[in-house]
Design a protein around this ligand. Sequence first.
Ligand SMILES: [Cu+2]
Length: 135
Amino acid sequence: MKKIVYSLVILCAFLGAWMYLPSSTNQAALNTKFSDENIRMEIVSNQQVAKVMHENSFSLTLTDLAGKPLDQPDMKVSLEMPSMFCGVIPTTLNEVEPGKYNIIGIPVMSGKWEATVTLVTPTETLHVKHPFISK
Ligand SMILES: [Cu+2]
């Protein structure tokens, strides 16, 4: 099992080196805003460029349209590289005050990443993607 994980990481590193373009550095905005008819979400990178193999943090705000925090939302956040096979990296999610969350995650290689927020409410399942760059 470990061998498979290692070879996946190595494969990923090659793909990453091949796919990564220096010009992509400026493409990811530091914040992503999402809203629909029920909820409002904002995700903010707390660093300009995430540091590979280190803990990086993101702030998330989640309310209804009136600005009221949701009561114990069913939410998780994972890190993924779009169009690569690095796997899905779990993050820790802590509520720091009602409706405000701190996310800590470790990107395992340099390149383009997405923090994907999955939120399940009684009426919908949302996937909100926050792109960021890791070096
Ligand atoms: Cu990768």
